[in-house]
Design a protein. Structure first.
Length: 247
């Protein structure tokens, strides 16, 4: 089956040139003229890779990437920024949000095709290490000061990232993991677990209530192993959270 690539680019001429190049290279191509339409198209076609401009009206590339990474069915999709911005601050921001690569316009066709092939190969390697499609992750290894322990996933209450390391509050205590949140998002049962933001995945049984906080954010009140916690839910994730909570 041909690889599906989604191109999100507001400049029509660049978008058309990318489509021609990619189709000649054997890829199926879907396009969107802006970030909002790009998100709708991504949910519709489930692409194998996304190319996205940064400077776009209404919703920029950073906002698109943040939203994509919060969709469990799209969180694993390789995401490459194509942008005229070349400063290091912007580069770090994009990579910090979870971009897989970053090409500055103008770029060589060969550089783009090499970046796409590299990211698709890495994604394929990650897929091979995931559980079979017949079921979601049911256990995973963790370790604490006492040593290694196989953790039952239904008893994992709260996954989070701190100082680039992944941890989980489990019924048996706090453990460090060797998996990223992106890989966890792709393998956990989406009916039981919800990715709140770039740093946190929650089990539904930890959530006590939620309430409006301020500046367009909502506060989730949690109970984890008898302790009270609070997590901030971005406004962009609020409707998805309510829908998930009601299922």
């Amino acid at each position: 089956m041909p690889t599906e690539i989604l191109v999100i680019e507001d400049a029509a001429q660049i978008r058309e040139n990318l489509v021609e190049l990619l189709q000649l290279s054997g890829y199926n191509v879907q396009t969107a003229p802006d970030g909002i339409n790009g998100l709708h198209k991504a949910r519709e076609v489930k692409p194998d890779l996304i190319l996205c401009d940064i400077m776009m009206p209404d919703m920029d590339g950073h906002q698109v990437l943040t939203t994509i990474r919060n969709y469990p069915d799209l969180a694993h999709v390789p995401f490459i920024f194509l942008t005229a911005k070349a400063d290091m601050v912007d580069l770090r921001q994009g990579m910090g949000l979870g971009a897989d690569d970053y090409l500055t316009k103008p770029f060589l066709s060969s550089d783009l095709l090499t970046a796409i092939a590299s990211r698709l190969k890495r994604c394929q390697q990650q897929r091979l290490s995931r559980p079979p499609k017949s079921g979601y992750l049911t256990s995973l290894p963790g370790h604490d000061a006492k040593g290694n322990m196989m953790l039952t996933v239904p008893d994992c209450l709260y996954f989070y990232v701190q100082h680039r390391s992944t941890y989980v509050w489990h019924k048996a205590g706090l453990f460090q993991l060797n998996k990223t949140l992106d890989r966890l998002t792709a393998t956990l049962d989406p009916h039981e677990f919800f990715r709140v933001n770039r740093h946190v995945i929650l089990h539904r049984k930890t959530i006590q209530k939620y309430a409006y906080w301020e500046k367009g954010k909502y506060c989730l009140y949690l109970t984890i192993n008898g302790q009270q916690h609070q997590v901030i839910l971005p406004k962009a994730r609020y409707n998805a959270f309510r829908n998930w909570l009601s299922t």
